[in-house]
Design a binder for this molecule. Structure first.
Ligand code: BGC
Length: 721
């Protein structure tokens, strides 16, 4: 099943469909809005990793001009799904080829208009949007097709492109510069054929530049054109005209063929087939579709938390990428996996700068990372829905686990690929600087003879400024151990690189401390109940029922964390101890995992889409795949159903959720099929009742394997690459 289809039109679903039907790649995100839609319907042609800030507003990725705008005008008035009577409407995403299409039949007065269009963003590394558009009417009537480049852009925090110039040079052209860094953004568009027997006028106004094609339409005749648009940023602009004429020459279908070939190759190594449960099969494929869209395209790219779906979350990279998405790329696409690591290596100067700004040594990575590791996170991330005042949040300054998450990812990359060269490419320096940061941030308690980490925020963001968060402390221990493991590795290789780095970074004292503290990092006790306390004093918080707490809310979007309703209770936003148990599974027994699952799940809001998959994965580990199943489906379908938080404390946080997509993939592969690599490639299936079989391809240490997991029998076969 390769098609995602929605029938019927409902204004309430416009924003969600924009996310659901997204196409593009890491250089260009095109929301799945309709041809006639504009700013109000949240059309966005997003340029990931091209950021801009206006005034004191949030720094966010730039939305480019929209060359997909087309509408039909009859009797002097546009006729579209927003103002006509919609007889039928169908929107489709062909995941196999990454093509979005729509077909709408709209009635006005005594005539019906049928509008059809399809679009794709060329998967070759370029910013090229190709589409086709057609219209037919069941009456002889004069129509105007208006198509062009819309410049009235949806921006969340300010107008990012200024000095906009419109021109017509045998094609339509718009250019402008970004406010902060003066990036030149250009968009060219041309359509073919330019209709014979029609009058074409050029319209230029505050909305953009358009062709107005006047046609004496004949009853049921189909009027169609193909549209080609290229978008350039800075030096890419030099070649735009050539690019446009090249694709004009090739046409829609030829270009689609090339694009599809690339997509088919991607699917060859990443598709997962679930037999017995069609809903799970398609939802998982949809999750993988998102991960394929988001493969980084250069060494200075990683994956933003809202993918390429717009400006939400400032287009920034969070821990989501390392912990929830990297495992997919490690199994299917090592080039992208390496880029995710290289992005953080490039971010080291930013991380050192951030640590310094708080008076610490070492590397404290950005909570919301933009280019060069710049932290876009502010001290006030949510608004009080009652007073409209900003609320102080501590994501940026206290969520110190981010640095450890990055080291965890580096270790995971090296363990899986045995590509130790990444250490010399900068990963070792990152690990050393992160360890230096933790040495400085934490402290050794003489009284307790242990290394403690105070004043942090764990993944559960509702409890602020806590001491000894179990998740964070495990990561700190892992970072210290990694330093010593890699010291040993270089020693065993007779390679002086480690010692040279110690010299270069004046690291002798740190190395001594790491040796001293690595076994003294305070790892939270397993209580008699086998439950691990999330942080010091958590068990003293009010133990209120989740539903009871939600009933106390006075506003649906009120912020629950910090001073909010959840702050002094045991209700947590998302998996915290449970995430720790998954990441450090080798250290804990099944019994411990089970008891913690049973304790924490009823106390978890799952207020972040990162939460469900951690519970699903751990549920498989304790042989409860049927408890995992609804959580897996929740992760896999979040962008299909649109059932996620769209607002947090008054701030719009909608968009796609690639960490949930990655979590769904992890649950299917590592949870249900029980894939592991520790002692060679192996499976230990925990199939939910509805699954008959799951099969997929996976890479490990230079080899490609076909894995087939059945209820009775599993096979792992090496494949030719
Ligand atoms: C979650 C974070 C996550 C961020 C981006 C927040 O709501 O609490 O853990 O990194 O969203 O997805």
């Amino acid at each position: 099943m390769w098609l995602i289809k929605e029938n019927g039109f409902d204004k309430e679903h416009i924003i969600h469909r924009g996310n659901q039907f997204i196409i593009g790649h890491m250089k260009l995100g095109v929301r799945g809005t309709l041809d006639e839609f504009r700013r109000a319907e949240k059309v966005a042609i997003t340029l990931p990793f091209v950021y801009d800030q206006v005034g004191d507003g949030w720094r966010e990725p730039v939305n480019a001009f929209n060359p997909l705008f087309s509408e039909v005008i009859i009797d002097g008035k546009p006729l579209n799904v927003l103002n006509g009577h919609v007889i039928s409407h169908e929107q489709t995403l062909d995941m196999k080829n990454a093509v979005m299409s729509r077909r709408s039949v709209i009635q006005r007065g005594d005539y019906q208009v049928t509008i059809e269009s399809s679009r794709f963003v060329s998967s070759v590394d370029e910013r090229l949007i190709i589409s086709k558009f057609q219209v037919s009417i069941d009456k002889d009537i004069k129509i105007v097709i208006k198509t062009g480049i819309d410049i009235d852009i949806w921006d969340i925090n300010g107008k990012h492109i200024e000095d906009v110039k419109l021109s017509e040079k045998g094609y339509l052209k718009v250019e402008g510069v970004t406010h902060e860094k003066g990036h030149l953004i250009t968009c060219l568009k041309e359509i073919t054929p330019l209709f014979e027997n029609s009058k074409v006028k050029i319209e230029k106004n505050n909305d953009g530049i358009f062709y107005g094609i006047e046609i004496d339409a004949k009853k049921n005749h189909v009027y169609k054109f193909e549209s080609f648009a290229v978008i350039g940023v800075d030096q890419e602009n030099d070649d735009l005209e050539n690019k446009l004429s090249e694709v004009l020459h090739e046409g829609y279908h030829k270009r689609l063929e090339k694009h599809s070939q690339i997509w088919n190759q991607k699917w060859d190594v990443s598709n997962v087939i679930i037999k017995g449960d069609d809903a799970a099969d398609v939802a998982l494929r949809y999750s993988i579709y998102h991960l394929l869209l988001l493969a980084p395209q250069s060494n200075s790219q990683s994956i933003p938390a809202r993918g390429i779906s717009g400006q939400t979350y400032k287009g920034a990279v969070f821990w989501d990428t390392e912990i929830f998405m990297l495992p997919f790329y490690l199994n299917t696409d090592l080039v992208s996996a390496k880029r995710i690591i290289l992005y953080r290596i490039q971010g080291l100067p930013g991380a050192k700068q951030k640590a310094k700004s708080y008076g610490f040594k070492g590397a404290f990575y950005a909570w919301e990372s933009q280019e060069d590791g710049f932290d876009a996170c502010t001290d006030y991330n949510v608004t009080d829905v009652f007073t409209k005042r900003l609320i102080r949040t501590y994501f940026k300054d206290k969520q110190v686990h981010i640095s450890g998450d990055i080291v965890y990812a580096m270790k995971m990359y090296i363990d899986r690929t045995k590509d130790f060269s990444i250490l010399k490419d900068g990963a070792l320096e990152v690990i050393l600087e992160v360890a230096r940061f933790y040495l400085d941030y934490g402290h050794y308690s003489i009284l307790k003879n242990r290394f403690e980490i105070w004043d942090v925020m764990g993944p559960d963001e509702y409890h602020e400024r806590v001491h000894n968060n179990a998740f964070t402390n495990q990561l700190v221990k892992m970072v210290f151990e990694s330093v010593l493991d890699y010291e040993e590795y270089f020693e065993s290789e007779n390679d002086s690189y480690f010692n040279d780095m110690v010299e270069k970074l004046s690291y002798h004292h740190e190395l001594e401390l790491i040796n001293k503290y690595k076994d003294l990092v305070y790892i939270k006790e397993i209580e008699d109940s086998l439950v691990i306390e999330q942080f010091d004093g958590y068990f003293n918080h009010k133990d209120i029922n989740k539903d009871e707490l939600f009933k106390l809310k006075l506003h649906e979007h009120e912020y629950l964390g910090g001073q909010g309703l959840a702050g002094d209770t045991q209700i947590i936003k998302q998996a915290d101890v449970i995430s720790m148990l998954y990441l450090f599974k080798e250290k804990y027994s099944k019994e411990v995992i089970k008891n913690n699952w049973e304790y924490y799940e009823p106390r978890t809001e799952h207020g972040s889409t990162l939460s469900a998959s951690m519970y699903a994965l751990t549920s498989c580990m304790i042989s409860h795949p049927d408890h995992a199943y609804p959580l897996f489906m929740k992760s896999a379908t979040v962008d299909l159903t649109g059932k996620s938080k769209h607002f947090a404390g008054g701030i719009y946080i909608g968009g796609t959720h690639p960490a949930a997509s990655g979590g769904a993939y992890m649950t299917a592969i590592f949870g249900f099929s029980g894939l592991s690599f520790n002692q060679g490639i192996k499976v230990n299936p925990k199939l939910p009742q509805s699954f008959e079989n799951i099969s997929y391809t996976v890479r490990d240490k230079g080899k490609l394997y076909k894995v087939n997991v059945d209820r009775n029998e599993s096979k792992i076969m090496e494949e030719k690459d």
